[in-house]
Design a protein around this ligand. Structure first.
Ligand code: BT5
Length: 321
């Protein structure tokens, strides 16, 4: 139904149609009309609603398309092999299958919508259509398995730098993989490694950014914890420009890491961090650790100074301020 209604609006630009006319034409109740309009709004279609005149389509979502994105790319490897899906379960799964079929390092899968987007420990990642950047890239780093946390930190630094270039928002890194504006999350990163006999074969690096989501796009449960670049900056963001900037920063930093190791990434991470210097508690798989966050060690672990004067390292977990 919403497809046929949308087609009508698209074929009649600048025309108003009242709720009553829609309800007669399509033989549905006025409440159903309102629901259909809201369903389209959630997909990024914007309607003007004028009393007595009705609804008029004023904006359609911009789709990510391959040609536009390739024209914006400034990279040599990252994103040069590209697949853009309108809907998929998770770009992580698609990128992994592609890696198994022989995709090169830098191969990128983007989706307008994910039906089973995931975070760490299989937590759901909310990925509604047309408004976010939901993407996964194939990496084939020549590093020992135990260094993979470096790549999460490297990726979050690259995304943070790219966002700051494109959008005027004050964004900071919460250890290890979140980007926050104020206390609210706008981006999460998930790295999944595939190894054989301790040898790292590929890493699928997933990035989820709430770009143009509006308040009503968030379900209960994350509404009060999340925000988007659009809400934070008051402007709609061009997603292709941001993707191109991320890939550029990411490739530059990855090359630097290949040449100089973790040192430069660590310095950049610490400079953008909102975790360091704060008293935090970390829920680790081995229990809760408390203390003042000091910085990263050479493996990427977070070093905490406890009230007992002891230093403790945490390798994974969720930070609470
Ligand atoms: C993450 O997990 O932050 C990693 C998220 C990675 C998502 C990308 S999207 C492309 C690729 N394909 C996938 O299937 N995944 C990756 P974690 O630290 O566990 O955080 C999950 C928590 O973030 C949830 O429990 C929510 O509280 C919050 N959250 C979920 N969706 C969000 C959204 N759209 N914006 C902001 N916060 C969100």
């Amino acid at each position: 139904m919403s497809d046929r209604l949308l087609e009508w609006f698209q074929n009649h630009p600048d025309e108003y149609i009242s709720g009553e006319e829609i309800s007669k034409e399509w033989n549905i109740s006025r409440t159903a009309v309102w629901k259909q309009i809201n369903r389209l709004r959630a997909k990024g279609y914007d309607f003007e609603a004028v009393p007595k005149l009705g609804y008029r389509l004023i904006q359609q979502p911009t789709r990510l398309d391959e040609r536009t994105l390739l024209l914006k790319l400034k990279t040599s490897r990252f994103g040069r092999q590209l697949r853009i899906r309108s809907k998929t379960e998770s770009t992580q799964n698609e990128a992994l299958s592609w890696a198994k079929e022989g995709a090169q390092e830098g191969a990128l899968v983007l989706a307008e919508e994910q039906t089973s987007g995931r975070g760490r420990q299989n937590r759901p990642w909310h990925s509604p259509p047309g408004k976010g950047i939901w993407m996964s890239m194939v990496l084939k780093p020549k590093i020992p398995l135990q260094f993979t946390p470096h790549l999460t930190l490297l990726t979050v630094v690259a995304v943070c730098r790219a966002i700051k270039r494109v959008v005027p928002v004050d964004v900071g890194i919460k250890w290890p993989n979140d980007l926050l504006v104020g206390e609210r999350k706008i981006c999460g990163i998930l790295l999944e490694s595939f190894a054989e006999d301790e040898r790292l074969l590929s890493v699928i690096a997933g990035i989820g950014i709430s770009v143009n989501l509006d308040e009503q796009d968030y379900p209960e449960g994350i509404k009060d914890k999340a925000t988007s670049l659009k809400i934070a900056s008051g402007k709609e963001i061009d997603r292709a420009t941001l993707v191109a900037e991320i890939l550029y920063e990411w490739e530059q930093l990855y090359q630097l890491y290949e040449e100089q190791g973790f040192g430069p990434v660590r310095t950049l991470w610490e400079a953008q961090s909102i975790t360091i210097g704060r008293t935090i508690s970390v829920n680790t798989p081995y229990g809760e650790v408390n203390g003042v966050a000091q910085g990263l060690d050479e493996s990427g672990a977070l070093v905490l100074l406890g009230r007992d004067g002891q230093y403790r390292k945490v390798f994974s977990g969720d930070v609470h301020f």
